[in-house]
Design a protein around this ligand. Structure first.
Ligand SMILES: [Zn+2]
Length: 268
């Protein structure tokens, strides 16, 4: 019974990973080309020869291995990112399951993980944060704080303040800080320094973790952005993938908080 249960979970996590590939690929197509696609139409096809991919090859990981990483019609290589997205979703799912078991909290955490993951990849690849997916983080943050008891936002400084007020002030602070930095930058250089998608992303992060976490997340996020630029040899003339950096910043913050570690007194 336990084995069936575990196999079901593994297949579920891999399928979500596989679906995340579809979302990443198709959102990019919708944003940057005139292709007539949505998330469910047309059927999955090879980007190179446009032939449909048979059901058997759509099975996560197995499909990639059966095709030996190449399209069976035109022999062009299939990006290693497909199995990578699936494996990372599997790893994250199994870790969340082992730490938190299955409950409303862990389901929300996994959904948020997947949304952040897609945003991370889109921003890193194309400096693009899909609007509705980006906005969904704020909606989840504000609604979960309003209906209460799914996430807990720490409050170190003020007495008697509701979770929703903390979430809303995190949302506003996140948005305003980047907006302010950008406005100052723009007045000096006459171009935008930070994309509008980044404001919404940090607002969403703020709605989840509250206003007091924003400073450490910007700190870790900026360092991570520089690290990503060095790692991926991003052209420095372009805007930086600040969104991806902020997502890593959030992850570092939550990791330190969960294990009650502190760095230069920034997180406790
Ligand atoms: Zn092909």
């Amino acid at each position: 019974m336990e084995t069936i249960y575990l196999s079901f979970l593994i297949i579920f996590f891999l399928s979500i990973g596989s679906f995340s590939s579809v979302i990443i690929y198709r959102l990019n197509l919708i944003a940057f080309t005139n292709a007539r696609v949505n998330l469910f139409f047309p059927r999955s096809y090879c980007p190179s020869c446009k032939k449909n991919i048979s059901i058997i090859y759509l099975i996560p990981l197995v499909g990639f291995l059966l095709q030996k990483g190449k399209c069976i019609h035109c022999n062009s290589s299939i990006s290693f990112l497909y199995p990578l997205h699936e494996l990372i979703h599997l790893l994250a799912g199994v870790s969340i399951y082992l730490i938190f078991n299955i409950n409303v909290f862990s389901i929300f955490i996994y959904a948020l993980f997947s949304i952040f993951y897609i945003l991370f990849i889109c921003d890193l690849q194309k400096l693009y944060l899909p609007f509705y997916l980006n906005l969904s983080i704020s909606i989840i943050g504000l609604l979960s704080a309003y209906y209460g008891n799914i996430f807990y936002i720490d409050n170190f400084y003020v007495d008697d303040i509701s979770q929703f007020t903390l979430s809303l002030s995190g949302f506003i602070t996140g948005y305003l800080i980047l907006w302010l930095i950008n406005t100052i930058y723009k007045s000096l250089k006459e171009v935008d320094g930070i994309g509008g998608g980044d404001f919404i992303l940090l607002a969403g992060i703020g709605s989840l973790v509250g206003p007091f976490a924003i400073a450490p997340i910007i700190f870790f996020g900026s360092l991570s952005t520089i690290f990503l630029v060095l790692l991926t040899r991003f052209k420095l003339t372009k805007t930086l993938p600040l969104g991806s950096g902020l997502i890593i910043g959030l992850f570092i913050y939550l990791f330190l908080k969960f294990y009650e570690l502190s760095l230069f007194g920034l997180v406790i």
